[in-house]
Design a protein around this ligand. Structure first.
Ligand SMILES: Nc1ncnc2c1ncn2[C@@H]1O[C@H](COP(=O)(O)OP(=O)(O)O)[C@@H](O)[C@H]1O
Ligand SMILES: [Mg+2]
Ligand SMILES: [Zn+2]
Length: 513
C-alpha cells in the first residue's frame, strides 16, 4: 500500500535517476547516435530504478517529438507511457502475468507493426519468471528481430535467464544505491511532502534499505504516517520495529567486555519486546564490521557521526584479531541461526561462544593434527565442528551432572574444559568432588584453576562444590616443569608457523599423554 511516494517521485527523465549514471549515460549515447539494440536486459536488486529507466527508455524511443535522449514528457505518447496506457508499449509482469493472458502469443505477435509509436516496446518485469514457451518465442523473435520491436527485460535474477537470450541483448547492471544518495533523495521527498525529519533519522532509514530506493521511500512513508511533529531516530526505530541503536550499542559493549550476564539480559529484553532477532543479528554483524573497518583506518563509513565516534571508541580497547574472530564466528554461524528452531537460544549460544572465544589454541592437538602433514590445517575444521555441536544442543538439555558440566564447559570455557576433561575418574562425596588425575602436572593445573572451576561448577550444578585432586598412584608420567615445556614448545618450527599463520599466542602447554 505504500506506493504513493514511489509513484509520485518516479524519475521521468534519465538525469533524475539516482546512482545509475553508468547505465543512463550509455543508453543516452546510444539513442543520440541512433544505435538502438533490439533487446536490453536490466539486471539488479529490487527498487533501484530498472522499471523506471525502462519507461524513460520507452519514451525516448517513442516520444511524439522524435527519437530523443530527453523525451518531452508532454506529448500524448509520453503521457500515455507515464500512465501505463500506451497502446504500443506492453508492460508485462512475468511473475504475476497480470494483464496479459498469453505472453507467448504476445511476443509472437510482435512482428506486426506498432499502431502509433515508432517501436513496439515490451517491458518484461521479473523476466526470469517467463515460462519456457515464452522464452522460446522470445528467442525466435530475437534471432530475426523485426526493425520495429524493442524488448526490455528487467530482472533481479539474471542467472535464471537463458544464456541464449541474454547473449542477444545489451546488458545493463543496475547497482545498489549508496546511503548518502538515498539520504539526499529522502530529504528532497520529505521536504516536498512537508515531513519534518532529522538527518540521523533519514540515515537510519537509508541504512535499513540496503540500497533500495523503493524500500527507503516506503519506510519514510510508514514513519511519516506513524509520527507527529519532528521525526527522530527513535521515532524511526519505533515505527519500523527496529532494535534501538542504543540497545545495539549496549550489546556490542557487553560482547567486547565479555560480559555474559549483561549480554543475556539484553537479548532477553529484545526478545520479550518481540523484535526481530535476525535483524539484530544482521545489525550486529554490520556493527562489528564497522568497528573492524574503522580500526583498519578506513574512515568513510555511512553511519551517523556520533555512532562513528562510539564505534571508534569501543574498538580502541580490543585487538584487531579478536574482532576478526568475532565477526567470523557470526558470519560462519549465520546459516545455523537462520534455520534455528529456537532462534533466541541459538543466538545466546553463538554470542556466549564469542565471549568465551577460544583464546587458547590447543597446541598439542594442533601438533598431532598437523605433524607429518606439514600443513597447519587442524584449526579451522576443529572449530567448525565445535561450533555445530554448540548450537545443535540447546543448554537446557544438558543434564545438571558433572558430565553435563564438562559438556557445558566444552562450549563455554575451553581452557577449563581442556584441564578437567583429562581427569581419569571422578568421585563424588556430598559436595566434594574429587578428580583423580593421571599426572602431577595435571594435578597442578587443576589446583591452579580450582577456584574458577568450583565457582562455575557451583553455578552450573546449583549447589556448593568443593574440588579435590588426587594423583593416580600408578602414574608414569615424566615430571617436566611447565616452564621447560613451554620453552621447548616455543622452539618448535611448527609452533612458530602456527603462531604466525593464525596470529596466535601460546597460553598453555601440556605434555603428551
Ligand atoms: N535510481 C533511482 N533514482 C530515483 N528513484 C528511484 C530509483 N530507483 C528507484 N526509485 C524509486 O523507487 C520506485 C520504484 O523503482 P523501480 O524503478 O520500479 O525499481 P525496480 O524496477 O528496480 O525494482 C520509483 O518509482 C522511484 O520512486
Ligand atoms: Mg520493477
Ligand atoms: Zn514526448
Amino acid at each position: 500500500m505504500y506506493q504513493v511516494i514511489a509513484r509520485k517521485f518516479r524519475p521521468q527523465c534519465f538525469e533524475d535517476v539516482i546512482g545509475q549514471g553508468h547505465v543512463t549515460t550509455v543508453i543516452k549515447n546510444a539513442i543520440d547516435q541512433g544505435k538502438i539494440p533490439h533487446a536490453f536486459v536490466f539486471s539488479g536488486p529490487r527498487g533501484v530504478g530498472k522499471t523506471t529507466v525502462a519507461r524513460i527508455l520507452a519514451k525516448a524511443l517513442n516520444c511524439g517529438q522524435g527519437l530523443s535522449s530527453s523525451p518531452c514528457n508532454v506529448c500524448g505518447i509520453c503521457q500515455d507511457i507515464t500512465a501505463s496506457r500506451a497502446v504500443d508499449v506492453f508492460e508485462i509482469d512475468a511473475a504475476s502475468h497480470t494483464g496479459v493472458d498469453n505472453i507467448r502469443d504476445l511476443i509472437e505477435n510482435s512482428r506486426y507493426a506498432p499502431s502509433i509509436a515508432r517501436y513496439k516496446t515490451f517491458i518484461i518485469d521479473e523476466a526470469h519468471m517467463l515460462s519456457r514457451s515464452a522464452f522460446n518465442a522470445l528467442l525466435k523473435t530475437l534471432e530475426e528481430p523485426p526493425a520495429h520491436v524493442v524488448f526490455i527485460l528487467a530482472t533481479t535474477e539474471l542467472g535464471k535467464i537463458p544464456l541464449t537470450v541474454v547473449s542477444r541483448c545489451q546488458r545493463y547492471d543496475f547497482r545498489r544505491i549508496g546511503v548518502p544518495e538515498i539520504v539526499r533523495q529522502l530529504a528532497c521527498v520529505a521536504d516536498a511532502e512537508g515531513v519534518d525529519i532529522a538527518e540521523d533519522a533519514l540515515m537510519l532509514i537509508a541504512l535499513q534499505a540496503d540500497g533500495s530506493m523503493r524500500d527507503a521511500q516506503g519506510m519514510l512513508e510508514r514513519v511519516a504516517a506513524a509520527g507527529v511533529g519532528g521525526i527522530t531516530p527513535q521515532t524511526v526505530e519505533a515505527a519500523l520495529g527496529l532494535v534501538g541503536r542504543s540497545t545495539l550499542h549496549d550489546l556490542l559493549t557487553a560482547l567486547l567486555n565479555k560480559d555474559a550476564p549483561s549480554m543475556l539480559a539484553i537479548i532477553d529484553e529484545v526478545y520479550r519486546y518481540g523484535y526481530d532477532l535476525s535483524q539484530l543479528y544482521r545489525a550486529l554483524i554490520e556493527e562489528f564490521r564497522n568497528v573492524l573497518v574503522l580500526k583498519s583506518g578506513y574512515e568513510d563509513l555511512a553511519v551517523p557521526r556520533e555512532e562513528k565516534a562510539f564505534l571508534k571508541d569501543i574498538g580502541a580497547g580490543v585487538a584487531l584479531h579478536d574482532i576478526h574472530r568475532y565477526v567470523s564466528v557470526l558470519i560462519r554461524s549465520e546459516e545455523d541461526f537462520k534455520y534455528a528452531g529456537l532462534p533466541k537460544i541459538t543466538l545466546e549460544v553463538i554470542l556466549l561462544r564469542i565471549i568465551a572465544a577460544p583464546d587458547l589454541v590447543d597446541i598439542q592437538q594442533l601438533i598431532q593434527g598437523t605433524a607429518g602433514r606439514g600443513v597447519p590445517q587442524a584449526l579451522a575444521p576443529k572449530h567448525a565442528e565445535n561450533d555445530l555441536a554448540a548450537y545443535q544442543r540447546p543448554p537446557s538439555t544438558i543434564p545438571r551432572s558433572w558430565e553435563g558440566f564438562i559438556a557445558y564447559l566444552r562450549d563455554h570455557d575451553q581452557l577449563l574444559h581442556a584441564i578437567i576433561s583429562k581427569a581419569g575418574r571422578v568421585r563424588e562425596e556430598g559436595n566434594r568432588i574429587v578428580l583423580e588425575v593421571p599426572s602431577a602436572f595435571l594435578a597442578e593445573q587443576v589446583q591452579q584453576g580450582r577456584k574458577e572451576i568450583e565457582k562455575k561448577a557451583a553455578a552450573f550444578l546449583q549447589r556448593e562444590v568443593s574440588l579435590g585432586v588426587e594423583v593416580l598412584a600408578d602414574t608414569t608420567a615424566p615430571s617436566i616443569k611447565p616452564s621447560e615445556l613451554r620453552a621447548q614448545a616455543l622452539k618448535s618450527p611448527l609452533v612458530k608457523e602456527l603462531i604466525t599463520e593464525f596470529n596466535g599466542q601460546v597460553k598453555d602447554v601440556r605434555p603428551k599423554e
